[in-house]
Design a protein around this ligand. Structure first.
Ligand SMILES: Nc1ncnc2c1ncn2[C@@H]1O[C@H](COP(=O)(O)OP(=O)(O)OP(=O)(O)O)[C@@H](O)[C@H]1O
Ligand SMILES: [Zn+2]
Length: 789
């Protein structure tokens, strides 16, 4: 009895102590505001007044709280508990929290560490980093219980309880009846076509009830199909990745495999070991067009819970996916860039497919690179990370040289498939093919006879042709032949692209014919006379995918019917805008009948079209002339990726590159010696010039109403650099497209030999730059490891 009393009094003393401590305890909250700091809030005297806390509980680190901030109410994340004595805010100025939204942390320690790392590395405010990490609905405060709603029919209810006129309700009731006395989860029912409003109606009528159950763990992953027999190169790579996984050791792998060498099979077999150990696998893919096909490939191998994360899913699905990753319910996660920021219960492997791809770099707000973040997360979780590509960026080659990435080469294609040889066609020696239009006038098709002959031959052999043209629309320029006027965007330093369809008459302003700026989406009618000199002599210059498709129609038309003899399938952002259009196009191609595919860079990425045996690049080599030092690397990657679509099935393929500069040394090197040798030479050149990856870059951009203002800030910023900074400074210069959307842009590039030195300077310098008097009303951004110029 006595001991019980002692225990009880000790217990209440303990409680009092906690309450007492919480009175002097503050929480520091990261809020989604552009300020480089966290904010102190006190706890209300009566903690139980805070929803989601008990009288003894302090809101946990990693949980969401609602606070008053100025006149606003914001939701932020608790990042630390501090003693009141340690706060710089005087007691009377401290505000109490309004609400605690989570009883448990929604971000664990590793996610918070990730957020701190991102904030530090990209010099971005912590609260805004967290806003990028969290899905919209989480940010807005949606409750995140890990319980799921089930619905079932009440035991005493029978069919007789329905009146005759409630037909739809009866239908839905019958559907629920199929699930027996335990009913089914709301997600399943909604997927089956049940409507939420009906569930509510049936509940209100006392026919069905909801009950809550904890989410069940996913069933162990099973193989749905036998793996292929690996070739030696593949086997060596799989063994190394699995060994790192088994040793619970971080290793960054560069899986450097030529196009069609079976990198995906390597991912699949490495994944198998990881999934069988009960761990999750994250696969990053470049863009939305890829995800359905990729999913199909993984789903046919593994019976597993696969979650797809890309920009096309709505907020509810995104939240669901986020929860599934965090609880471990998701076993295979296939996603674009932002999936690398998701929380995972037990991640065992990260694969970054087509790791060189530009879409892995986020180009606004937090400018992270998903492959770099993947490597950090691998290190954090002690797991292997595989960067797979046929065209590794120079950054990765350098990391291999430094021993920071382990490289495995796949130099052959499995089975009979051989890499397609590349051949140059000198377009200076040959005039391009001319066609006659209805009114008898001749026009240039932009294709040489050699190219047309090869296309014809391929189609007659029953195969498919892919023509790559990285420009959508009809033509990039509308020009007055009389006075030289060109249709330019009033808001950007850019020509307006002509979107035109010969079926729609040019003069009747049909919705198919218009001028459009591809940078700001400004649109205008196509004028019938020149706005400057009133001449009717307006003409288009250059060729986009629509025009090329029309030209091909004319070239390969049946003379009697004028109809094209072969399907001509245009694949670009305009033709794949609708949700299911990519799927339809994909199906048409995979029927395998002879066809001509005309596509922009959308077709370059990872697709497997086994019947394509000829790939043509009528003018893809232009990028070798650009001013951006990264342009040759990116152009070569794109060319090799497109070329890699040829000859992936049993038949041999070939690649024809039509060019006006057949003597260009870069082009010759690429065609003759292949990508790796080409890339090695570029890397050497960058070393000589001290350019990335042989130095580390930060790009500062300034946007404002005049170039004078944007340049001035950057000059002031340079003047503020700490003494002895030891950085190379390029600029300020006008940005490549200095006027965009009626705003002007200047930029400044900082280069450092040593990464730490760059970050050291930035950490002292960047925040004061944002506070410069001349920076008021201007937008300043910092891009660490920029990929564009
Ligand atoms: N060991 C193997 N034996 C037989 N066929 C294989 C093997 N490995 C891969 N393949 C087949 O080779 C084809 C090309 O493989 P995959 O698409 O994985 O190449 P990839 O390296 O990912 O290509 P890309 O970089 O161009 O996307 C596929 O049809 C695949 O099924
Ligand atoms: Zn524009």
């Amino acid at each position: 009895m006595l001991s019980l009393f002692v225990f009880a009094s000790l217990f209440s003393f303990h409680i009092n102590l906690i309450i007492l401590r919480s009175l002097f305890m503050l929480v520091q909250v990261a809020l989604p505001v552009p300020l480089y700091r966290v904010f102190d809030y006190s706890l209300p005297a009566d903690m139980s007044a805070l929803p989601n806390t008990t009288s003894t509980q302090i809101p946990q680190i990693g949980s969401r709280v609602e606070v008053s901030f100025g006149r606003q109410t914001l939701i932020g994340i608790v990042v630390t508990h501090i003693a009141q004595a340690d706060s710089s805010v005087p007691l009377h100025k401290l505000k109490p929290l309004n609400k605690c939204l989570d009883a448990e942390p929604i971000l664990d320690d590793s996610m918070l560490k990730l957020a701190y790392w991102l904030a530090r590395y990209y010099h971005y405010p912590l609260g805004e980093v967290l806003a990028v990490i969290l899905p919209t609905l989480v940010r807005q405060g949606r409750p995140l219980d890990l319980l799921i709603t089930h619905w079932r029919i009440l035991p005493h209810i029978t069919d007789d309880d329905f009146r005759a006129n409630a037909k739809k309700q009866k239908q839905q009731f019958d559907m629920l009846k199929l699930y027996g006395e335990r009913g089914a989860s709301e997600d399943v029912l909604l997927l089956e076509g049940m409507e939420r409003s009906f569930l509510k109606t049936l509940e209100d009528k006392g026919l069905i009830e909801r009950y809550i159950q904890p989410k069940q763990a996913a069933a162990p992953v099973k193989l749905a199909k036998m793996p292929l027999d690996l070739n030696d190169e593949q086997q060596i790579a799989v063994t190394a990745i699995v060994a790192a996984h088994e040793a619970k050791r971080y290793t960054g792998f560069l899986l450097n495999g030529i196009t069609g060498s079976g990198k995906t099979e390597v991912y699949l077999q490495a994944m198998q070991a990881v999934l069988e150990a009960g761990k999750q696998v994250l696969i990053l893919v470049p863009e939305i067009g890829l995800t359905p096909q990729t999913r199909a490939r993984f789903a046919s191998r593994f019976a597993a819970h696969i979650v797809l994360l890309h920009s096309g899913i709505n907020n509810t699905h995104r939240l669901q996916g986020w929860q599934d990753c965090r609880t471990g319910h998701a076993q295979i996660i296939i996603g674009t860039r932002s999936a690398v920021l998701y929380p995972f219960a037990d991640l065992g492997l990260i694969v970054v497919d087509e790791a060189h791809d530009g879409s892995y770099k986020q180009q606004d707000t937090l400018r992270y690179h998903a492959a770099d973040v993947a490597l950090y997360r691998g290190l954090q979780a002690k797991i292997p990370v595989v960067l797979g590509t046929a065209t590794p960026s120079l950054e990765y080659l350098k990391l291999v040289d430094e021993g920071k990435l382990v490289e495995y080469l796949l130099l052959t294609r499995p089975g009979n498939a051989k890499p397609a040889p590349m051949q140059l066609i000198d377009a200076r020696l040959q005039s391009t093919h001319q066609q006659t239009q209805d009114d008898g006038a001749r026009y240039d098709t932009g294709l040489t006879d050699v190219l047309i002959g090869a296309i014809q031959q391929t189609l007659e052999a029953g195969d498919q042709v892919l023509i790559f043209l990285n420009r959508r629309g009809y033509a990039p320029v509308l020009l007055c032949e009389a006075c030289g006027w060109q249709a330019d965007c009033p808001r950007c330093d850019a020509h307006l692209t002509v979107h035109y369809n010969s079926q729609a008459q040019r003069s009747n302003y049909s919705s198919n014919s218009y001028l459009k700026c591809h940078h700001c989406d400004w649109q205008a009618y196509i004028p019938t006379v020149c706005p400057d000199c009133a001449s009717q002599n307006l003409d288009t210059k250059g060729m986009g995918t629509t025009r090329l498709s029309e030209n091909l129609h004319a070239i390969f038309a049946n003379p009697q019917t004028s109809k094209a003899l072969y399907p001509i399938i245009q694949i670009d952002r305009d033709t794949t805008r609708r949700k299911d259009s990519w799927e339809n196009i994909y199906q048409r191609i995979n029927e395998g009948k002879p066809a001509i595919l005309v596509g922009t860079q959308m077709v370059a990425k990872g697709h497997h079209f086994p019947n394509v045996t000829l790939v043509c690049l009528p003018n893809a080599d232009r990028g070798f002339l650009s001013a951006d030092f990264r342009s040759p690397e990116h152009t070569a990657q794109l060319m090799i990726q497109v070329a890699g679509r040829a000859g992936r099935g049993d038949k041999a393929g070939r690649v024809l590159i039509q060019t006006l500069q057949p003597d260009n040394s870069l082009l010759l090197k690429l065609v003759k010696d292949g990508y790796l040798s080409f890339a090695r030479e570029l890397l050497q050149e960058r070393k000589m010039m001290g350019l990335p990856p042989h130095s580390h870059a930060a790009l500062i951009r300034c946007e404002g109403k005049t170039l004078a203002a944007t340049t001035q800030v950057l000059k002031d910023a340079i003047a503020n650099l700490p003494n002895g900074h030891n950085l190379a400074i390029l600029g300020p210069i006008d940005a490549p497209m200095s006027k965009k959307n009626s705003r002007y842009h200047s930029q400044l590039l900082l280069l450092a030999k040593d990464r730490r030195q760059l970050h050291h300077v930035l950490s002292q310098w960047w925040q004061p730059v944002l506070a410069l008097p001349s920076a008021k009303y201007l937008k300043l951004t910092l891009d660490i490891d920029p990929v564009g110029w």
